[in-house]
Design a protein around this ligand. Sequence first.
Ligand SMILES: [Zn+2]
Length: 173
Amino acid sequence: MQSSLALDSDESQPGPELVTTLAVVPAGPEQWPLIRMLEVVRDRVDSIHAGQRTLTAEVREIRASLPQQRKPLSKRSQEVHIRATWARRNGLCPCCQETPVCDATGRLEGAEYDHWYGRNQNRITQTWLVCSACNQRLNDTDFKAAARSAFEAYQQALRPFSSGRQMAFPLVG
Ligand SMILES: [Zn+2]
């Protein structure tokens, strides 16, 4: 037990007299119960804090090891992508610029929303509507690196569509 150290280091604890007493002169018998009580309390608080630190570290580890949940895009995000891809990419996959992924009425069969930054990042600015071949190949690090500029260019083109003003425009029209 290191009774005096903890009290010394804590400014909010009892005034200088008690600290001096603890550190230098053995306390009189009448003070022992209080000192022991403080020691017990301090030890318990210390052990609770240690337990909390352990728990926090464990929870962090568990979180990190969990598979990320694939978050689907909101209906609004999907519509914005379709509208932007139709208007700015003629409905072609913004990744390969070849395969049609949507038309004026909506997403085409096989086209998929790719989560560029990770399965649980589903905002408009983190996703795009691509053909199934590109969606597959985007799992490949090299392909993805090569596609980055296309993704960024698409995001640039998308910007006016994702702002609030544009939402008044109907999808089909
Ligand atoms: Zn494609």
